[in-house]
Design a protein around this ligand. Sequence first.
Ligand code: MEV
Length: 430
Amino acid sequence: MMKKNQLDKFYMKTIEERIEALIELNKADHRSVADFKADLILPEEISDHMIENVVGTYQLPLGLALHFLIDGQDYLIPMATEEPSVVAAASFAAKTIRLAGGFTTEAKSRVMIGQVALKDIDDKEVAIEEIIKNQDQIISIANSAHPSIVKRGGGAQKIDLRWIDKDDEYGTPPFLVIHLHVDTQEAMGANMINTMAEAIKPYLEQLTGARAVMGILSNYATECLATARCQIPVNILERRGLSGEEVRDRIIEANQFALADPYRATTNNKGIMNGISAVVLATGNDTRAIEAGAHAYAARSGQYRSLTKWTKAENGDLLGELTMPLPVGTVGGSITIHPGAKFAHHILGSPHAKQLESIIVSVGLAQNFAATRALVTDGIQKGHMALQAKSLAINAGAKGEEIQKVARRLRKEKHMNLNTAKQILAELRH
Ligand code: MEV
């Protein structure tokens, strides 16, 4: 259990005090903090090798989501985002869900998919038969192209075939698509899969007499799903004049709306991705890969729907569930070179990839709970404006009790900005 007092009024601490709290809570040590601080501005020798034509660095705040209890373990979760309220909302939701026993998660297989698409196939049945007959050889060619993953206990495992009919509406020909399933262990594995997919391309052409259009990883990572669940008793859902049952039913109703309507589903899922992408980015993973996979998964039924599902348990509790593809890694890419990413992994206790999936999917569920609860009770703006006022007060230099006083007066003003906050503070101190 964490020493709770270190987390009390965390948002009111200075950055220095928050770092000290991290150390007190054994979530960071002096060395990792020193390394992170030394490279707060990404060194040129790192940034200049990460992408091309570098002219500088572009920074974002790194915040900590508090109160997460996931599979019985406490976490402070690093989030990199430009959007106010996201970190506070995740922490707020995690605090409630913690009272209900926290999140339980599942992250079963970590298999990524490499695709080779064949076209101009003379005989579909013969081509399929040839590929099936030679599947061991295909897998062996793939593994020889990236032997180090086999040494680490992973590698290409099997192939699947998909036939895609021609579609006159879009003018597309038929395709025979080979899916290579690869256990990438701790890596997200994009380079590994692309190497393997390109390596098997000529052999597939030779086997079938067809033409390979391309060999590439699929970001629709349906073999790398993570699930988070929570079960919240109604007595902790009560909110400003609404009973717990009412709040539960409104959350379920809001979720039904997001399951039924793609316009709402898009915003609902954007809220989920507010949390997911912030942790994915902080841990040095590929936000676009995760986002593309999430939205494709949300449309798996043929209609774009909410990624989360909220229902009523037999005993009346509120049940929440989020499942989505989460092919994140703990090694490779910028993870082991970016000082912020290294620090984020350290704070999380250097989790394995499956554990990192569990953490990230829990943040997504928390974010959706926070947004939905706010939307069906106080509305979203109330909390946003309150936080905005508080943060303006702090930025204006307010300390201790001044913060609430300045924030309260600021919210009554027509223009809530830093200048007004400074004026109010000056008047208060006068
Ligand atoms: C804002 O960034 C995210 C929300 O719109 C999500 C939602 O509507 O569920 C609040």
